[in-house]
Design a protein around this ligand. Structure first.
Ligand code: ADP
Ligand code: 5GP
Length: 199
């Protein structure tokens, strides 16, 4: 029997600094059936970020142009910058049979959930707000003003967690990673995603 699965759209959200990137990068390293949807953003790149890998870094004018072209599956203003998921990124990768991970905020997640009701949605939580703040200061990629803005927004984001199917606390990284990987493993086994050829 050939064990083939339909590809999935996997939405991962959580406040800035909770560990979304850390966890999804490890998922991608360990599971070749997964790929990442590279978003566009008007945010300034961090020193270690590569255009086309972490984001497509674009101007506000180019972002408006994409909006006019209806190029986004979802888009939102987050922490004072603009972010969007390109339909082309998701559609082309899913057409290749890959499952696509979206690292997007709750505003975008809400849009995706209403358009793709079969998506898998996971919200990552910190143990506490102070843990989140510590992680952002330790990551050292934003100014204190930007960090405090993100921490302030975290409370609103966390309040929206109940719209997601799953919630995982990222306190111990190994445990959180295993829990997210287990969700994805289980989701792949849904009868609705399974089309075996029985001979
Ligand atoms: P996000 O993508 O959600 O903004 P990151 O993945 O960049 O968050 O993680 C923020 C910081 O916290 C990074 O420096 C990362 O190495 C660290 N980090 C992530 N998960 C843990 C964890 N469980 N314990 C300690 N540090 C963590
Ligand atoms: P960062 O600036 O730290 O990379 O991301 C800030 C926030 O924007 C995070 O909550 C992240 O999930 C969200 N984000 C990143 N890309 C997108 C996107 O394409 N759409 C939406 N709605 N949010 C995004």
């Amino acid at each position: 029997m050939q064990d083939e699965r339909k590809s999935m759209l996997i939405v991962i959200s959580g406040p800035s600094g909770v560990g979304k990137g850390t966890i999804y990068r490890r998922l991608l390293d360990n599971d070749p059936s997964l790929t990442f949807s590279v978003s566009v953003t008007t945010r300034t790149p961090r020193p270690d970020e590569i255009d086309g890998v972490h984001y497509y870094f674009i101007s506000c004018e180019a972002y408006d142009e994409l909006l006019n072209q209806d190029a986004f599956l979802e888009h939102a203003d987050v922490h004072g910058n603009r972010y969007g998921t390109l339909k082309s990124q998701v559609d082309e990768k899913m057409a290749q049979g890959l499952s696509v991970v979206l690292d997007i905020d709750p505003q975008g997640a809400r849009q995706v959930m209403s358009l793709r009701s079969d998506c898998v949605s996971i919200f990552l939580l910190p143990k506490s707000i102070s843990q989140l703040r510590d992680r952002l200061y330790n990551r050292n990629t934003e100014t204190p003003e930007v960090i405090e803005r993100r921490v302030k927004n975290a409370k609103d984001e966390i309040a929206q967690r109940s719209m997601y199917q799953y919630a995982v606390v990222n306190d111990n990284l190994e445990l959180a990673y295993d829990q997210v990987a287990a969700i994805i493993t289980a989701e792949k086994q849904r009868t609705t995603r399974f089309f075996p050829e029985v001979e």
